[in-house]
Design a protein around this ligand. Sequence first.
Ligand code: HEM
Ligand SMILES: [Ca+2]
Length: 380
Amino acid sequence: MASVSDVKTSYNLENAHQTMKQVKDKKRDKCLKIGLTFGILIGLVVFAIVLAVLITVMAQNNFNSVPNNNNNNGDCTTSEVVQPRVTAHDVNTIKADITEHIREKRQGGSLIRIAGFVRLAFHDCVGGCDGCIDLGNGENAGLGLYIEELDPVYSKYSNKLSRADFWQLAGIAALQESGRGCNNCIHPWVQFVAGRKDCSSSPKYDGPHRMFPNNGGHANIDDVLGFFNSTFGLSRSQPELAVALLGAHSLGRTHRGASGWDGPWDLTPDRLDQSYYSDMMRLNWTEVEISNNKHQWKPPIGNTMMLHADMCLHKVISPINTTTGQSACPFAQLCDNQPETSKFVQLFADDLEAWERNFQAAYYKMITTGYTNAELYVPA
Ligand code: HEM
Ligand SMILES: [Ca+2]
C-alpha cells in the first residue's frame, strides 16, 4: 500500500509536471506571437518597398510618354510651354532616316523625292516657314503626297522638333543627297537651324491663300525678283541671289497632273548641276502652248522645258498676255538679254563655285523666313 508521503510525492510531481507544461505552453505562445508580429512587420516592409518601386516606375513611364515640351528638365514650377530642343545627334539620326526614305522611293535609278522635298521646303517658307501647306491652293498641287509620306517619319521625332523644322531638315537632306558622287554638282552646305513653330492646324493650312510667284503662269522678271525680295528678303540690288535660288529647278520636273506644265528643266532631274543654266543659255528655245492658255518653252530636241519664270531670267519676254499666257517674244534667240539677270545665268553656267556660294546664301534666307536669329538655334 502506498503511504501518504508517497501519494504526496506523486501529487507534487504531477503538479510540477503540469506547471512545467504550462510554462512551456506559455513560452510557445509567446514565441508564436513574436514570430507572427515579426512576420507581419517584414510583410509590411516588403509591401511598402514594392509599392514604392511600382509608383516610381509608373511615374517614370508617365513622364516619358508626355512629349517634352519644356526645356526646364522636369521642373514643373513654371507653366510656360516652350518648344522642344533638338540636339546635333538627333539631327544626324533624323537626317539619316529621311535619306533612307529618299533612297527607298528611288524610281528607275532616279532619286525622285529629292526634288519633291526641296519644293516642299520652299513652299512651306512662303508666308513664313510654319509646317503648314494649303492644299486648297493650286500652287501647292502635288505636295500632299510628300507630306503624307513624310508624316510617319516625322511622328517618330515629333517630341524633338516642329514639323516646320523637320520639313526644312528634309530639304537639306535632299540637297545633300543630290550632290552625292556628283563632280559637276553644287554641294550646298546649308546650316540647319531649329526653333520654327508650326501653325495650329499643321500640316494643313486654312488661312487666306498665300502669294506665289508664278502669277498664273504669267510671271515676268518683276514678278520673280519682286517675289523673292518681298517674301524672302533677297535684295533687288543683288539679283544674283534670286537667279541662284531658282537654279533649284535643276532638280525635278513639272507635272501635268499637278501644276499643268509638263517636263523636267534638264536631263539630270536628281542632280543640282549647271545644266539648268547652260541649257537655258545654249539651246534654241521656242514658246509653245501646251494646253488652253498655258505656255512653256521647249528646246528643238527632247522633252525638257522652261517656265516663263525661268526664261525671263535670261531673256526679255515681257509683256506676257495675262489672258492667253503668251509672251511678247516667243523665239528666245531673237529676244534681248535681260539686263538685270542674264549675266548671272551666264556666270552660274560657267562657275560652279559662284552658283554654290549664292545658292547657299539665298537658300538659308529662304528657310529662316519669319524668324529672328534669337528665335532659331543651331542644335548642339
Ligand atoms: C519664281 C519662282 C518659282 C516658280 C514660278 C516655280 C514654279 C514651279 C512649278 C510650276 C513647278 C512644277 C510643279 C509640278 O507640276 O509638280 C515647280 C517645281 C519645282 N520647284 Fe519651283 N518655282 C519657283 C521657285 C522655286 C524655288 C525657290 C525652289 C527651291 C529653292 C523651287 C524648287 C522646285 C522644285 C525642286 C521643283 C520640282 C518638284 C518635283 O519634281 O516634284 N522652285 N516650280
Ligand atoms: Ca539637273
